[in-house]
Design a protein around this ligand. Structure first.
Ligand code: ZN
Length: 252
C-alpha cells in the first residue's frame, strides 16, 4: 500500500500507470553496479520514480576528475567513498525508498551474492571484465541486465533478457582495450536515462524494451539510431542457458 505522502510524491506518474504500477515499483529491488557517470543519473531517476530498494555498488573514492559527469557527487565529496556520497544524496532526494550501498570490488567470488534477490542488474560500469561478470550473474539468475556504455560524445544501451535476447558477450564478444577514455557529462546523462527508462518499463511491464536492439547515441550529430542484435550460436556465456530454456519450454 502507498502512504498518502507517496500518493502525493508520485501523483504525476500515477496518472500514467496507476497506484498498482507505483506499488509494483515500490516492491522492486534494483542492483546498480557503479556510482559514477552512468550510475549517477540511473540511481537518481530510479530513486525519484520510487523504486523501493536501490542497491548501488562501487569501490572508488570521489576524485576531482570525476566531477564533469558524476552528478551524484560534488566538490565537497572529493576523497569520500562514492557509495557514501551516493547513499547520502539518494536518501535526501527520496526518503521513502530504501538505499543500500556496497563498498568494494565486484569480482567472481562475490558478484552473485552482492546482486542477491534484485529484480534486475544495471550495468553502469566503465570496464568490460566486470560487465562480463554481471552478464554471467544475470544469465545464472535469469534476471535482466540493463547495459550501457559511453565514450566521448557516443554511447550505447541495450536490455538483455536471459534466454530471450542476445547476451552481452554475443553483442560485444571481445572487450575493447582498457583506457582512460574521454567523455563529456551529457553522454552518460543520455545513456543513463535510457537505461533507467528501460528498468522502469521492465518493472511496470509496459512499452517496448531495447531487447535484441542496440540503441546508439551520437551526440556530435544529435542522432540516435538502433541496430538489431542477434544471439551468437556459439556464445560461451549464454549457450547453456538458451538450451536449458528451450528444453524447459518443451517440457511445459
Ligand atoms: Zn551470449
Amino acid at each position: 500500500m502507498l502512504s498518502q505522502r507517496e500518493r502525493e510524491r508520485y501523483k504525476r506518474q500515477i496518472l500514467l500507470f496507476g497506484e498498482e504500477g507505483q506499488e509494483r515499483l515500490k516492491r522492486s529491488e534494483i542492483f546498480i553496479a557503479g556510482a559514477g557517470g552512468l550510475g549517477s543519473p540511473i540511481a537518481i531517476y530510479l530513486a525519484v520514480a520510487g523504486v523501493g530498494t536501490i542497491t548501488i555498488a562501487d569501490m572508488d573514492v570521489v576524485d576531482r576528475s570525476n566531477l564533469n559527469r558524476q552528478i551524484l557527487h560534488g566538490d565537497r565529496d572529493i576523497g569520500r567513498k562514492k557509495t557514501a556520497s551516493a547513499e547520502e544524496k539518494l536518501r535526501a532526494i527520496n526518503p521513502d525508498i530504501v538505499v543500500r550501498s556496497l563498498d568494494g570490488r565486484i569480482d567472481d567470488t562475490n558478484a552473485a551474492a552482492l546482486v542477491g534477490r534484485a529484480d534486475g542488474i544495471v550495468d553502469a560500469m566503465d570496464n568490460y571484465p566486470t560487465r562480463y561478470l554481471l552478464n554471467d550473474v544475470a544469465l545464472a539468475k535469469k534476471i535482466p541486465l540493463f547495459h550501457g556504455a559511453i565514450r566521448g560524445f557516443y554511447g550505447q544501451a541495450t536490455t538483455i533478457l536471459p534466454g530471450a535476447t542476445p547476451c552481452l558477450k554475443c553483442i560485444v564478444p571481445k572487450a575493447p582495450p582498457a583506457e582512460t577514455f574521454p567523455v563529456i557529462g551529457v553522454t552518460p546523462g543520455v545513456i543513463g536515462t535510457v537505461q533507467a527508462n528501460e528498468v522502469l518499463k521492465y518493472l511496470l511491464k509496459s512499452g517496448n524494451l531495447l531487447s535484441g536492439r542496440l540503441f546508439i547515441w551520437d551526440g556530435v550529430q544529435s542522432r540516435a539510431e538502433e541496430i538489431a542484435v542477434e544471439r551468437s550460436p556459439g556464445c560461451p556465456a549464454c549457450c547453456a542457458i538458451a538450451e536449458e530454456m528451450t528444453a524447459g519450454g518443451t517440457r511445459q
